[in-house]
Design a protein around this ligand. Structure first.
Ligand SMILES: NC(=O)c1ccc[n+]([C@@H]2O[C@H](COP(=O)([O-])OP(=O)(O)OC[C@H]3O[C@@H](n4cnc5c(N)ncnc54)[C@H](OP(=O)(O)O)[C@@H]3O)[C@@H](O)[C@H]2O)c1
Length: 183
């Protein structure tokens, strides 16, 4: 599959490496922007508050299947939207999914070492199912469907529970993006 990643940090760069190893053709786009018109799937993995600016710099998004992996730390989704993922759909008018926003990027290299296959949530449009589930399986996750795109806000907020569980001492919080006062 031809996959473009917008944001090439821990998540975008990390997943791009894994997908490349799985045989996909990757295009990596950073702040400078770029064209995704050739891509069959686009991953958005920029800081949650930078989503508008990031998409402004990307051409060829119309109708694309997009997976939004962003989270919102101390910022709100763009005005008029309950989630970044729904905002993404408003910009693309294509199949949209929220996925890869809960699992820690720092563990990407250890997914296949897990005693049982780790799950990864996705919610979104049925038309995105095949792409998002394949891209999950190709890095070693078992995709778990969490409902339609209207559930994206709940999935974005779910990270707060993961952080709270971690603060409760039940596991390390390995999210490099988290500001120190939220760890
Ligand atoms: N880290 C995790 O474990 C994890 C897990 C799930 C979800 N997330 C979420 O995924 C997103 C990315 O996290 P990350 O850890 O990969 O962050 P990161 O390592 O800081 O990477 C962010 C990437 O976005 C790029 N970027 C920043 N502003 C941009 C803009 N305006 N236009 C285009 N690209 C821009 C950065 O470019 P430069 O390299 O030029 O700075 C960088 O390549 C965040 O929303 C985060 O909350 C993170």
């Amino acid at each position: 599959m031809k996959v473009a990643v917008v944001g090439r940090g821990n998540v975008g760069g990390g997943l791009a490496d894994l997908w490349e190893r799985a045989g996909h053709e990757l295009r990596r786009i950073g702040r400078e922007g770029g064209d995704v018109s050739e891509a069959e799937a686009v991953l958005v993995a920029v800081p949650g508050g930078a989503i508008t600016e990031a998409l402004d710099n990307v051409q060829g998004l119309e109708g694309k299947t997009v997976i939004d992996a962003t989270n919102l730390w101390g910022v709100e989704p763009p005005a008029g939207f309950s989630s970044n993922a729904e905002y993404v759909k408003s910009r693309t008018n294509g199949p949209t999914a929220k996925s890869f926003n809960i699992n820690f990027a720092v563990l990407y290299d250890r997914i296949r070492e897990a005693g049982s296959t780790p799950s990864n949530l996705w919610c979104g449009d049925e038309e995105a199912r095949q792409v998002v589930e394949q891209l999950n399986r190709d890095v070693g996750y078992e995709p778990v469907y969490a409902g339609p795109l209207e559930n994206a806000a709940a999935q974005e907020n779910f990270l707060k529970l993961v952080a709270a569980i971690s603060q409760g001492g039940l596991g390390p919080f390995l999210y490099r993006m988290a500001p120190p006062d939220q760890l």
